[in-house]
Design a protein around this ligand. Structure first.
Ligand SMILES: [Fe+2]
Length: 187
């Protein structure tokens, strides 16, 4: 599956604008992480990010978090995709699916997902609400304020360390890569 096919599938199953921009943000961070961790697989890591929430509007995760991830796998299989690496990474981004992250790709998506929302939340504090205004130091300061964006799981973000990168690296990548598509993200 290439990026175009992945995007095609995403557009068919995801309609909410916020979900779609979130998917683009996680795709961007995943590509940035891949540049450092798996330079030959930048597009593939991006696809994992793009599709990680594919089932967001297709399953009742509000009542049962365990179905978030496995439902995406079912959808992809229905679309003729067979890719265990992709399936496992999608499920690992939600540990409540029962799949625990083990590989760098899986830890990357586990960490990139909350970081994308966290950086957006920090940008929204600024008068211009622009990611260009956000400094690394401000992200770190807010990270340590546990009441700020309390839904963004700090442990998941810190699990980037299992890939060999640091939380500082993840913040740099998120600011750079989300900043590069700021117009698309509306930030
Ligand atoms: Fe997500």
């Amino acid at each position: 599956m290439n990026r175009e096919q992945a995007h095609d599938i995403l557009m068919r199953y995801m309609k909410g604008e916020n979900y779609i921009t979130h998917s683009y943000a996680v795709e961007a961070i995943m590509k940035g992480l891949a540049k450092r961790l798996a330079p030959k697989d930048v597009e593939y890591w991006g696809i994992v990010g793009l599709l990680h929430d594919l089932d967001e509007e297709q399953c009742d995760w509000q009542h049962n978090m365990a179905v978030h991830g496995p439902t995406s796998v079912e959808i992809l299989k229905k679309e003729g995709i067979e890719d265990k690496t992709l399936f496992d990474a999608i499920c690992a981004h939600n540990p409540k699916s029962g799949v625990k992250a083990k590989t760098p790709l899986q830890y990357a998506v586990l960490a990139a997902d909350p970081m994308s929302g966290f950086v957006k939340a920090v940008a929204q504090i600024y008068p211009d609400k622009k990611i260009a205004s956000v400094k690394h130091k401000s992200v770190m300061k807010r990270f340590n304020e546990l009441r700020f964006a309390s839904g963004a799981n700090r442990d998941y973000m810190e699990s980037i360390e299992f890939t060999g990168l640091s939380l500082d690296d993840l913040i740099d990548v998120a600011l750079e890569e989300m900043g590069a598509i700021a117009d698309v993200l509306g930030l």
